[in-house]
Design a protein around this ligand. Sequence first.
Ligand code: SF4
Length: 470
Amino acid sequence: MKINSPLEAYKYLPQTNCGECGQPTCMAFASTLIDRSGKTTDCPPLIKEKKFAKKLAELDRLLAPEIRQVTIGVGERAANIGGDDVLYRHKLTFFNKTKMFFDVADNMDEAAIVERVKKISDYKKFYIGRNLLLDGVAIRAASNDPAKFATAVKKVIENTELPVILCSFNPAVLKAGLEVAKGKNPLLYAANKDNWKEVGELALEYNVPVVVSAFNDLDGLKTLAKTFAEAGIKDIVLDPGTYPTGKGLKDTFTNFLKIRRAGIMGDTEIAYPIMAMPLTAWMAGIADPVSASYWETVLSSIFTIRYGDIMLLHSMEPYATMPEVHLAETIYTDPRSPVAVDSKMYKVGNPTADSPVLFTTNFALTYYTVESDLASNGIDCWLLAVNTDGIGVEAAAAGGQLTADKVKDAFEKSGFDLKSDVTHNSVVIPGLAARLQGDIEDKLNVKVMVGPMDSGRLPGWMEKNWPPKK
Ligand code: SF4
């Protein structure tokens, strides 16, 4: 039985409230263990004092996620995959966003490999206050030649800090890659029913994570995973095969559900992260590359939503990657805590004392939408993000998180004085919060102008209404 409340975790802690973990009490530290923002190793007494050794071991066992977490690569860009505890996001949250690895082949010329690796490494898409990135490089041994593969692996790791997957069913090729990638903790792809003995030995010898692969054969997959676990290999990833279309795709989808359900329900022999391969879209006989990219994105979306922990992809066209990274970001956002920006006064452009003052809520999606509508139209202004616990304007105004008192409080905390920092003593409020107009006028003693319902209409609204009439 896992534990899932701070009270249960507290029982295993030293209970001295010494504060060495950075938390004021052991109970506060127990909360961080449950939400996974803290680790047992953050409590020095628990780690150092022998008398707690048994409790520590037991606590680690009880806190371990149902699905094993596997790490690929080293350093800041190392990729953690798996680590989930639930089948449905709303029951807790999904941990470790689906990791997207893009392929290079060892039969590409060196300049092309370097160019593609740089493109993968440099990919960056700004989305509600953060940069969405790609996660790694999968190096395919298209040549099946150990020397050629080793050269390609060398080129890749010289040009990126991203983790890599070494892809071949030939153990000699994998060994050549492993020699070059020593210390980089690459993922080995893959052991199957024909090569499992040699690939298993490589995983043990080089101490690296490994994929076990059995296409549309769950019994075979489980047997391989069990054999590897019994041999002492802990970091295993499952590849049940990804069929790109038709009945094969339906089988693949069902296989992903069965594996994850069994893992979450306690079948430890198959409780490992799952690999999906949307790049099989390119083997589906789709002649037109745009359509193949599109279908790859469809496959990626299916397996982002249903239990793909790591993916191999090919198309780097923006119309393929953008929906892929956005969807993964959304599915893996913690539903218990909406993404929020700091509640404070922001400058948009270069505002002066004559510039308009607006507010919105601190829900990141709302804030960045409003900010982008203003900035992209060259409207210099002051924009206050009111703390509504990360809730959007309409829901917050209806639910009591956005009130005149909250707005007043936000202005006071930001240090922005409507009487002295601007000349017009007025504030533009969102159209969706129009009901607050009178209250805000009373509480802040300012002129309140009700803006449009949609921030996309702010430029037109400003043309008609700004500056305010005396
Ligand atoms: Fe409690 Fe350990 Fe934190 Fe000290 S370091 S307060 S014993 S959890």
